[in-house]
Design a protein. Sequence first.
Length: 278
Amino acid sequence: MRIIFFIIGGLLAANVSFPSQAAPSLAVRIDGVSVMAEHSAFFARAGQKVKIEFPGGSAGEIKWFLLVSEALDYNNASYCKHEKGCAQPIKYRIKELSGIRGKSGFYVSSVPELAAQGTHEIMVRAEKVKKQFQLVIRQDDSYIGYATELLGVPFVYAPAYLPDGHQTEMRKGADCVALILYARRRQGYRVPYSAPPKLYEFAEKIGDKNTIAQTAIREGDILHFGFQTALVAKHRSTKPGLDGNDLIIHTYHGLAEMTTFSKLPYKDAFFDVLRWRN
């Protein structure tokens, strides 16, 4: 399936679905080993040496771009009116990575925007040749590590199944519960994308806001607010309960992010604490 782009006020909008195979002239090495793309995406862990090469044109004519998703409230439910295979187009801002202009190859560590954890939509252009791909950097191979692959991905309410796959599976957009399910699926568990109440079928309640002071919180626990869900990425205290400095991964009307519990805009609402059943 092709991508159809629309330029709107300097923004790039698209119902994003990339080709199923990587461009043959694009080469990626991780720790010195050549890797193949998975649905036009290359995956690496933080700290690995990633080198990207594009010998598709004269070096002086090569330009690299980052497609930065606009932090808008994308809502498939209201936009598509229950139409299957429909998704509200995501708007992107095109930013040239001028520091690597003219280079046919570079190490990701030399480009701070690309070295950060999360999903990076990249475009390279040389003469009349243009290629697009994803670079996906995760913290590690843990449950939380896989969740970090979605950092920077736009919030999309009710992410849809498109011809090339589910929007969250392709790291194009996620709502609060899709983020939680994505990481579990990346671990190999067969949990379906669904609404927040469905989590109670796969996870056990171990506490709530009223008992949180006595609850032994650990990384990977789910905070279920009913209307919203979030993940405990790091419990920083040696004591039970939630600390304001505990790290949380969530997506809420913007881009998926890692922040502290104290900065959650909905932190004062009632919540249950869930833990995945093995």
